[in-house]
Design a protein around this ligand. Sequence first.
Ligand code: NAD
Length: 355
Amino acid sequence: MLIPADRLTRLLTATLERAGAETERAQVCAEHLVEANLKGHDSHGVGMAPSYVRWIAAGILQPNARARVIRDHMAVMVVDGQYGLGQPVARETVDMAIARAKQTGIACVALRNACHIGRIGTYGEQCADAGLVSTHYVNVVGADPAVAPFGGREPRMLTNPYCCTIPQANGDHIVLDFATSAIAIGKLRVAHMKGEPAPAGVLLDAEGAPTTDTGTFFTSGPRGFLLPFGLHKGGGMQIICELLGGALAGQWTMQPGSNRDLGAAVNNMLSIVIDPDAFGGREAYEAEAAAMIDYIRDTAPGEGNDRVRMPGDPERESRARRLKDGVPIDDNTWADLMRAAASVGLDAAGVAAIG
Ligand code: NAD
């Protein structure tokens, strides 16, 4: 079914509020998740909300915990997310990084112990909207490893996303933002919910044999696992995200001694935020970048492509489409959302009243 974005936002805000989040925090989280759906990343959209509700009920996710600065030294800040609702905590952290980068020219800000912060591109866009370049290295902990390193046939890490964003004066920022696994776990979950197979070449079964059966991953028995994207290059990025996000920012990597039994996805993120003004000549830089972007866009399209796109374009196209048509929500995801709403006392009549 297709559901208008504003209706989904109201439903999620109400569900998270009833689960214990203050209105503003519930709203930031709900808007983030719906925006991820609008941008085509259903894996990091509203389908995550039932997990957040479960983690709050289990006492792991602290819905109203704030981002707390635990070290502040010149261009470097370390922030503890205190297991707060990830989206408002990460937003607060990135606000601090933006303010610092505008003072110092560059800021390097570590966020640790934030419950799942969602789509990392959101934080890149937050910086880009302020006119700043940024890169974000993220690891994921709090659950069993599910992604093998390149060349391995045992899982050692999770999906460790990376993001780099380059602001554009017209708002069409370059937003490179992806999981370093060959497919995001959320996308595998979406395929599983729809009863579709996984793409070839992304999934191995528990014995390490290639499979497209998503059931080998979502099972309580011996589990299958994912491969990194892009052979040794993606595998290298996966390790860099683990070490910069996990070890430098979070001091929490996916080693066996870490808290894998926590039962909730926790993110650690190292963000480097750069003010182009600090280099002098912002106008010249922007003109050079814009001209190069035009030159790349102008490339003759290869077979099977209608045109060459920049990172961030597919999300803008999806957003325009889904704002007009509504957000597609599959039946299983909707049922999951209804169960989450009911678990916090929002019954069918309450959902209908939300509109
Ligand atoms: P993906 O494979 O869909 O890749 C998305 C990136 O590729 C975007 O930058 C997009 O603009 C670009 N892109 C796609 N098609 C393109 C084209 N034709 N031309 C140019 N650029 C193109 O992303 P993914 O790996 O499925 O990740 C989905 C989301 O999941 C991301 O937003 C990521 O941050 C998020 N994620 C979060 C966590 C977490 O723990 N919080 C973990 C993993 C992933």
